[in-house]
Write a protein that binds this ligand. Structure first.
Ligand SMILES: [Zn+2]
Length: 169
């Protein structure tokens, strides 16, 4: 994972199926960042059918590579408590210093340009095919990830509220 690679499918599908089948997911569940590959999506679909559950929708937060590079590459994380800032979108009062506890802000390995590029490559190869797959199943809802963070959050909340009404849950 440190190299931006993916966890083996059987491990992750097994763990997720266990959670979906538990009491905490009885009223519904949101899978954040899963599935990430077509085989995972197929394994998930088979498992859900077995459990008598289904996906209501798939939310795609859509942003181009440049935007992803800008968003992730600009993150600065505090070494003491993991507080997160962004050089453009949420800059600290003093460059390189955490507003909350005064500790040093660093670029995490995950947010280094070469790691982001590797993750984007993995995304295009393995994850992007899911867009067409779920679009064909009429499950896909697109959120404009290039919008300001507040607008993205609002769009997500609105989409979830609409889904709740449509599905009467
Ligand atoms: Zn801090």
């Amino acid at each position: 994972m440190d190299r931006g690679d993916l966890v083996p499918d059987e491990v992750i599908v097994g763990a997720i199926a266990e959670r979906i089948d538990s009491e905490e997911a009885a009223d519904g569940f949101i899978l954040d960042g899963f599935p990430r590959t077509v085989p995972q999506a197929e394994a998930l679909a088979a498992k859900l059918e077995e459990l008598g559950r289904r996906l209501t929708a798939v939310l795609l937060i859509d942003a181009g590579d440049e935007e992803v590079m800008r968003r992730l590459g600009g993150r600065r994380t505090c070494v003491e408590n993991g507080h997160v800032f962004h050089v453009e979108l949420d800059p600290p009062e003093r460059e390189g210093v955490c507003d909350i506890d005064g500790s040093e802000l660093i670029v995490r390995d995950d947010d280094k340009p070469e790691v982001i590029r590797h993750r984007l490559g993995t995304y295009h190869e393995k994850t992007e095919p899911l867009i067409e797959l779920y679009d064909h199943q009429s499950l896909l809802r697109r959120i404009d990830g290039g919008a300001p963070p507040d607008a993205v959050a609002e769009d997500l909340a609105r989409t979830l509220a609409t889904l709740k009404i449509e599905n009467n849950v």
